[in-house]
Design a protein around this ligand. Structure first.
Ligand SMILES: *Cc1c(COP(=O)(O)O)cnc(C)c1O
Length: 359
């Protein structure tokens, strides 16, 4: 039991907090961080909250060489009244363990992790911005630390959680984005690491992002790695299509990331009496729907933007405008409902929102 005890070392004086208007994603970090260690003898141990600080690692630490690392991303919201809420955090720790399993990293105790996270957030609660659309982004991650150049799983790890206040994603209302359909590079293949939140999946996408940027598009839509025919996901978002009144999303193919927002959108739509078809969706089919005038809405789902309407899709030489670059009614309704539940402004019939303070 003593092994699970959380030690707290507070910093003597906090850093100045950034101006809410200057909050860019992931640039500012709070006063404290969580850290714990893993060894074969002790398992996960030494859980502690310490002042936010740099790490000292051996240059041979395995994470630097073979990329044995996983991460998560979730948010805490603070209401005007001071209530602090997390959105389905148990889903994130469950997914962290699934990612870890794929990367041969030992699992953590999910409910213990949630307790540690609550302690960390409550300690740095004054860092959670309250303005509409703002939140505290939470980044749990694990790295392999054994100093050893053999190609094998590390025998030691560190798990950390850092917190970053983030500004509103949509400062001037929802803004449909242009998307470039990647037809050369591959994000993930069957049997690969696409379902894990692991570093290599993201840096391997930078070249595709460069192509999107060169085409004046803000993000990449990935196709399946085998035939480059079926739609997988967008950047770090899952994707939904409304075609002729029906809602479709790519099925969990084994190479797409299982988003918590994706799952919540599906459950929300079901609760509204709408059907969602999880299936393989081909790019040809989307083009045909666009030509027929039945491609009503396209939107991405993920923790960062919650819902991100797509206004244009470019695939090779075809460019398709969606809903005349306007935010669709369904995307807007989903955004309002999800953010309403996340911040506690709206009733939460699903029990998704977890309040972590008691006022
Ligand atoms: C994190 C992520 C998502 C979205 O997951 P959420 O849990 O909804 O934030 C989708 N795709 C990729 C590749 C991701 O990394």
């Amino acid at each position: 039991m003593t092994q699970n005890k959380l030690e707290i070392m507070k910093c003597t004086h906090g850093k100045p907090k950034p101006d809410v208007d200057s909050l860019a994603f992931g640039k500012h970090f709070t006063d404290h961080m969580f850290i714990m260690d893993y060894s074969e003898e002790k398992g996960w141990h030494g859980a502690r909250i310490i002042p936010y600080q740099p790490l000292t690692l051996d240059p041979a630490a395995m994470v630097f060489h073979y990329g044995q690392t996983v991460f998560e991303g979730l948010k805490a919201y603070r209401s005007e009244e001071g209530d602090i809420r997390l959105f389905r955090p148990e889903e994130n720790f469950a997914r962290l363990n699934r990612s870890s399993d794929r990367l041969s990293i030992p699992p953590v105790d999910e409910s213990l992790m949630l307790n540690y996270l609550k302690e960390l957030i409550l300690l740095d609660r004054d860092w959670i911005p309250t303005a509409e659309g703002t939140s505290l982004y939470i980044r749990p991650f694990i790295i392999a630390t054994e100093p050893n150049l053999s190609v094998a799983p590390s025998r030691t790890y560190k798990l950390m959680m850092i917190l970053s206040p983030v500004g509103a994603y949509y400062e001037e209302g929802m803004n449909p984005v242009g998307i470039f359909v990647e037809d050369h590079y591959t994000r993930a293949a069957p049997g690969g690491t696409g379902t894990a939140k692991t570093a290599g999946n993201y840096c391997a996408a930078y070249k595709a992002q460069d192509r999107a940027t060169a085409n004046q598009k803000s993000q990449v839509l990935w196709l399946d790695g085998v035939e480059k025919k079926y739609i997988e996901e967008v950047g770090s978002m899952n994707v939904f299509f409304k075609i002729d009144g029906e809602i479709h999303t790519p099925e969990l193919s084994g190479s797409i990331l299982e988003g918590v927002t994706r799952k919540s959108v599906i459950e929300l739509l079901h609760s509204w009496g709408m059907n969602v078809r999880e299936r393989r969706i081909s790019m040809e089919e989307v083009i045909a729907a666009s030509k027929a005038g039945t491609l009503e809405e396209v939107f991405g789902t993920g923790t960062a933007a919650v819902i991100s309407p797509v206004g244009e899709l470019q695939w090779k030489d075809h460019s398709m405008l969606i809903n005349n670059r306007n935010t669709g009614a369904l995307a807007k309704r989903l955004y309002d409902s999800l953010t309403g539940i996340q911040t506690g402004e709206q009733e939460d019939p699903f029990g998704w929102s977890v309040q972590i303070n008691d006022n």
